[in-house]
Design a binder for this molecule. Sequence first.
Ligand code: FES
Length: 287
Amino acid sequence: MSGAHDVRLGMPQLPAPDYPAEVRARLESDAKEVIARYPDSRSALLPLLHLVQSEEGHVTRTGVRFCAEILELTTAEVTAVSTFYSMYRRKPSGDYQVGVCTNTLCAVMGGDAIFEALQEHLGVGNNETTDDGKVSLEHIECNAACDFAPVVMVNWEFFDGQTVESAKALVDDLRAGRTVEPTRGAPLCTYKETARILAGFPDQRPGAVAASGGAGPASLVGLKLAKGELAPGRIVSPRGESEPADAVPPRPGEQAPETHPSSHDAPRPTAASDPSHPSGPVTEEGE
Ligand code: FES
């Protein structure tokens, strides 16, 4: 870090302090285990950033220095990566990172109202932490759980189908130290504990693995439709092929609809599928 400057003040910046010897030794041992999983040591940077985050709750200059030294990178290279990804925090924050999805579907289903209510309830704004250091509130982007909108994430665990009242109760429980259960997935743990799991050290608590759930019924609707289990009907095959052999026929007594529910999304005939297409059939040479 020698020669680094604080660009805001134009002043030389002091080198980042090192960890205390005991902490350094422990982190080095963990880091070696992580690095050994990769053919190229620098590939371990992302888990190592989680590892140093598990120590202090955010990526400090000391953590950046540690990663740089152990991976033989520059602190500028490590900083560039750690500031790119939103899962690395750059300032002290709460034990529980409460993210309210305010992307389009969650927003219209109540996410915007939940975020506003939590700001008022907790007395903090976006990316701010309650005075007791328990909860940090933030907007988050879509977490691909739109079918359970509006979604709140706590330390990356899902709390589906939230309301203003349930979200307020959730943060109250977190601040009071009461146990809360995510809708699915592993049991909730603190941000530091979560960071250690993300670094590649599995949650050893009894039941942690067994508790991991899969996709819920709403997530499986598309799959069931595709299999004909929810709305059996004609399978629209792309490129004019015949129905697949495993197409699910209508159940006895059920009337097959004229078209598949999603037939309006079926591919249109193209030069590749329609010999009479004005562009003519696609040939090997033409591709
Ligand atoms: S819009 Fe919120 S999870 Fe997708």
